[in-house]
Design a protein around this ligand. Structure first.
Ligand SMILES: Nc1ncnc2c1ncn2[C@@H]1O[C@H](COP(=O)(O)OP(=O)(O)OP(=O)(O)O)[C@@H](O)[C@H]1O
Length: 271
């Protein structure tokens, strides 16, 4: 499958990507800025069609299915999600049932309201139910939006940089929440776009490295998140290490100035 730039129709945004996500798998999608990660996620979320090739999502081929029905079965979380800031966290989660920005009150029965409470509890946001979304912290908002995306009980959850601008405790809370989701919902598949392997929960099963619109490597996470692959993907020496099921990356390129001032990095640094 390939995608060309909409404006010119010439430049290739994604080229010959061949990718399958199976039920219950948890993928990380990584690559430099502009590599095509969001484009890949939008294709997977039936928000974009390929220019050439085919995309099958949850057994349906894009172009031959009512995308509105398909989108209802996919949870999509991104920072661009429009949310009324004065709506309570509970209301924001409820809008996930209708896929709307504003609540459609007549559409939510008692079961839906209860489900929204349960999802907030699952994402560790139970106490935020009555708080205005605009008064919630970035980390709380991220978890509320995930609860919102789960309202339609999707089989596929797509997360586009969910850790954006989170501080360390909020990041760790979200890592825990995603880990609990993955382990508590065996039928759910997830794809998480991120710039930092530190943000990946230990439940991450697979990874896909994208560079300049092409697949560099994909497969089981432990075979993909390697220093060699990251160095090739980001175009500079990067050391990747795994510790307690988490992943850590840092550049090993040292400027001549720093080399003069500081000792060389040891051969066996611990994160
Ligand atoms: N609607 C569009 N029209 C034209 N070009 C686009 C469009 N959407 C994306 N692109 C281009 O496609 C390329 C890939 O963009 P994409 O947002 O998928 O990359 P990304 O890997 O998610 O980047 P980042 O890490 O910076 O978010 C970029 O060069 C971008 O400018």
């Amino acid at each position: 499958m390939s995608v060309h730039r909409r404006t010119t129709g010439q430049e290739v945004v994604l080229d010959s990507v061949d990718w399958t996500v199976h039920r219950g798998q948890h993928w990380a999608l990584l690559g430099p800025n502009g590599a095509g990660k969001t484009t890949m996620l939008r294709l997977t979320g039936a928000l974009l069609h390929p220019t050439t090739g085919t995309v099958d999502v949850l057994g349906y081929r894009l172009g031959r299915v009512d995308v509105r029905e398909l989108r209802a079965r996919i949870g999509f979380v991104n920072a661009a999600q429009k949310v009324p800031l004065d709506a309570t966290a509970h209301t924001v989660v409820l809008t996930g049932a209708t896929g709307t920005v504003q609540p459609l009150w007549r559409m939510y029965d008692a079961a839906a309201r209860e489900r929204a409470h349960l999802l907030l509890a699952e994402l560790d946001c139970k106490e935020l139910a009555r708080r205005a979304f605009g008064d919630c912290s970035g980390g709380q908002r991220a978890r509320i939006l995930i609860a919102r995306a789960l309202m339609s009980d999707p089989s596929l959850l797509l997360l586009d940089e969910p850790f954006n601008a989170l501080d360390l405790p909020s990041r760790e809370d979200l890592v825990d929440a995603l880990y609990r989701l993955a382990t508590g919902r065996p039928g759910l598949s997830t794809v998480t776009v991120t710039h930092h392997p530190e943000e990946l929960p230990p439940s991450t099963s697979h990874a896909f490295l994208l560079r300049e619109g092409r697949e560099l490597v994909s497969g089981p996470v432990e075979t993909v998140l390697t220093s060699e692959n990251f160095t090739a993907c980001f175009g500079r020496p990067i050391r990747v290490e795994s510790y307690d099921g988490r992943w850590y990356a840092r550049s090993t390129a040292v400027s001549p100035e720093r080399r003069r001032r500081e000792p060389q990095p040891s051969q066996d640094p611990r994160p």
